[in-house]
Design a protein. Structure first.
Length: 382
């Protein structure tokens, strides 16, 4: 087991209507703010609710919402230029993973003099970052508690890893009410993706007793949200359970690491703009079956935690039940079950396996893997 190192950063606030106090929480971080916000929030009416908490407190800010479906380095460069011209003191990020990644990159590189692409090619930031306040609007983010940012390189349509300074993010506000705008299909696919993230952290070679503990709790809460509580004493609303489970899965991934499904979905999204949650959901049961060869005891434990099988079920049967449990939820939500259903060819997906093999995260998988191993998983899921 890896050494356990725990830093209490950032501050985490999780609860309904926490965003109504955003203006109160950020006062310690300056007097001029840039709010990088997902444009979809304007369409559903949530953007104004969030900015009103700043306006009501007479806080000086401006918003940036020019974030297309495939946010890439060009978007980061535009946002970074605006932030510097406005001489802001803090970045506030409101949205899903792509919006948070853009904001994290802007905060990290604000004081740097090198070109953006120098950092994508391996240069480490050396200056202090701007404070960052993150307000996730989805239930999961694989990298929110890490010192890594995933960015789509506009030059090559490949995902790249940008290393950031420690303690970049100062505050994360999880408000379950922000997830209410997701469709049922989006919620279902993100729930499966979150369970996959917790499972990957649980299986990983970097796992610690801490990541194990919170990955198990994340899986338990997800089962309550997806299948209902086993007792009448648990009355927590579904959206709160999802936010709690997502926060814990993200913490588990930061303490341990992501796995093959998450890595592949990042590369597929970078090239073909396919939803990460959809591709992850499809790959997840195949990841379970691959890991059954070397982590059957752990998979069996998770299977029992999510109530995919009775407690007395033998390990090999419990693992099979876990994979079937995921497939049943995919079918129940009417989600695509095979990668070919995403209108992408096996030849195109082979490029994604090659892209994943070039990312250093491949050295932190649930087992030693190469791009050939990743392509084998793609073939079984195709």
């Amino acid at each position: 087991m890896s050494d356990f190192i725990f830093r209490i950063q950032p501050n985490i606030v999780l609860g309904s209507y926490t965003t109504s106090r955003l203006g109160q929480y950020i006062r310690d971080y300056g007097s001029k703010f840039m709010v990088i916000i997902d444009p979809i929030l304007k369409q559903v009416g949530n953007a104004e609710k969030i900015t009103n908490t700043l306006t009501d407190r007479k806080i000086d800010f401006f918003t940036f919402d020019e974030i297309p479906e495939g946010a890439d380095t060009q978007v980061v460069a535009d946002a970074l230029r605006l932030a510097r011209e406005a001489h802001v003191h803090c970045i506030i990020a409101v949205g899903g993973a792509k919006t948070l990644n853009v904001a994290r990159a802007v905060a990290s590189l604000y004081h740097e003099t090198h070109e953006l692409y120098d950092f994508l090619d391996g240069t480490m930031p050396t200056t202090a970052p701007l404070p960052l306040v993150a307000v996730p609007t989805t239930m999961r983010d694989s990298f929110i508690f890490t010192s890594c940012i995933t960015i789509n390189d506009a030059r090559s349509s490949k995902v790249k890893i940008l290393k950031t300074q420690p303690n970049l993010c100062k505050l994360v506000l999880f408000d379950p009410n922000l997830t209410s705008t997701l469709t049922e299909n989006q919620t279902a696919s993100m729930a499966i993706e979150t369970l996959c993230l917790a499972t990957e952290a649980y299986l990983n070679q970097k796992a610690t007793f801490f990541s194990d503990m919170i990955a198990e709790k994340s899986a338990e809460l997800l089962s309550y949200a997806m299948d209902g509580s086993p007792t009448l004493t648990i009355t927590t609303p579904q959206e709160v359970l999802y936010s709690q489970a997502g926060c814990m899965a993200s913490l588990a991934a930061a303490s341990s690491s992501i796995g093959a499904s998450t890595l592949l979905s990042l590369c597929i999204n970078a090239r073909y703009k396919i939803s990460r949650s959809l591709s992850t959901s499809i790959l997840f049961p195949h990841i379970i079956e691959d890991a059954a060869k070397f982590r059957s005891d752990r998979l069996a434990k998770l299977s029992r935690i999510v109530r995919a099988c009775p407690q007395e079920t033998p390990d090999n049967e419990a693992v099979t039940a876990f994979a079937e449990y995921v497939r049943q939820h995919i079918a129940k939500a009417n989600l695509p079950a095979r990668l070919k259903d995403l209108n992408v060819s096996i030849e195109q997906l082979s490029l994604c396996a090659e892209d994943a093999g070039e990312i250093e995260l491949i050295n932190s998988m649930q087992r030693s893997m190469t791009s050939d191993d990743l392509f084998d998983i793609i073939k079984t899921a195709y």
